[in-house]
Design a protein around this ligand. Structure first.
Ligand code: ZN
Length: 343
């Protein structure tokens, strides 16, 4: 992790969050006072309460524990203690009252989502993203949307994995939000008024170090890394009902994933074997399982590779996460073999 850059970003956010004069500048997402009370309440995890209008929707067994871990890691990252009373309300509603299909509403400190795991999102990724907004809001108060958005994007991998180009989280979010809700000129004028320089200059300092990237809080759990050695294998049943899998289910469909953090102690070529099942979608089209190998580390070390069936990779020493999203319940056998040194 690029700690210096991360801390710089945190300091920047703190400065801005501390400026109460900016409250008027904050995009307050005004939600209705309460949801339709046809919701079904379900206590999940230590820090989140989950309720849904649709009883067919449920979290996978491992999702609550994953969300709890995310809460702890975000607090560790921003350097704030977890409030004893922290409980974030998450509501699955048929029709979102947000500008989009999901949001955190500071007005009633509740997360609203129309679906827990939309297509192209990493299972549980959307919840982690919105949860990050909730945690920042609780810890620091309301902030400028583009910056809190940049922070939430940086700390979670809500979309299917890719390493964003430098500048992506903050600048792209700013531009995107500006065109939706206010003019870019208006936002930049506020920055100039308070800091005596424009957003571009402030952002430029943030971006002037190493390439910016996600901080992999959610994907790289370094403490639990297992050594691959000369050979590593594992077989297990993949199911939303298994506590090892996070994600959700709705009716007969599940979107679930699991991950293994692995340590390569000897650089060289490795063969990954991850035969994952194929499933047919509701329209009969094949829906592929996904497996990716993420190299954990600083921005200049991070790398993401697709693992398709059997794949050989030349890997430097380091910590890696193998992320698996099976298309359906299945038995999975993973295997990694050391093939030798670099050719
Ligand atoms: Zn967001």
């Amino acid at each position: 992790m690029d700690t210096v850059a991360a801390q710089g970003f945190v300091r920047l956010i703190r400065r801005i969050v501390g400026l109460r004069a900016y409250i008027a500048f904050v995009l307050a997402i005004v939600c209705a006072a309460s949801c339709d009370d046809g919701t079904e309440a379900l206590q999940v995890g230590q820090f989140a309460n989950f309720a849904t209008e649709d009883p067919a929707v449920a979290l996978c067994e491992g999702a609550p524990a994953r969300l709890d871990r995310h809460v702890r890691r975000v607090h560790e990252f921003i350097g704030e203690p977890i409030a004893e009373s922290l409980q974030v309300q998450i509501r699955v509603v048929a029709e979102s009252i947000c500008p989009k299909s999901a949001c955190y509403s500071p007005a009633d400190q509740t997360i609203y989502v129309e679906s827990l795991d939309p297509e192209s999102y990493v299972p549980s990724g959307r919840l982690e993203h919105e949860l990050t907004h909730a945690l920042i809001d609780r810890a620091w108060g309301q902030s400028i949307p583009s910056l809190t958005e940049g922070l939430a994007e940086s700390l979670t991998s809500s979309r299917w994995y890719s390493i964003p180009r430098p500048g992506t989280p903050v600048r792209a979010m700013l531009d995107h939000i500006a065109t939706q809700s206010r003019s870019l000129g208006e936002i930049e004028a506020h920055f100039r008024k308070v800091y005596g320089e424009d957003f571009g200059a402030i952002e430029g300092r943030y971006l002037s170090g190493a390439n910016r990237c996600r901080y992999q809080l959610d994907i790289c759990e370094l403490l639990g890394a297992e050594s691959v050695g000369a050979s590593w294998s594992e077989s297990f049943a993949a199911s939303c009902l298994d506590p090892d899998f996070y994600g959700s289910r709705a009716g007969g469909n599940s979107w679930f994933a699991t991950q293994r953090t692995l340590r390569i102690d000897t650089a060289g070529r490795y063969r990954f074997s991850a035969p994952l099942p194929l499933a047919l979608g509701p329209d009969g089209s094949p829906s592929n399982s996904r497996a990716v190998l993420v190299r954990c580390g600083d921005c200049n070390e991070q790398q993401i590779r697709d693992v398709k069936g059997t794949s050989d990779f030349a890997l430097p020493e380091g910590v890696y996460t193998l992320l698996l999203q099976p298309a359906r319940d299945s038995l999975i056998s993973l295997r990694i073999d050391y093939l030798g040194g670099e050719p």
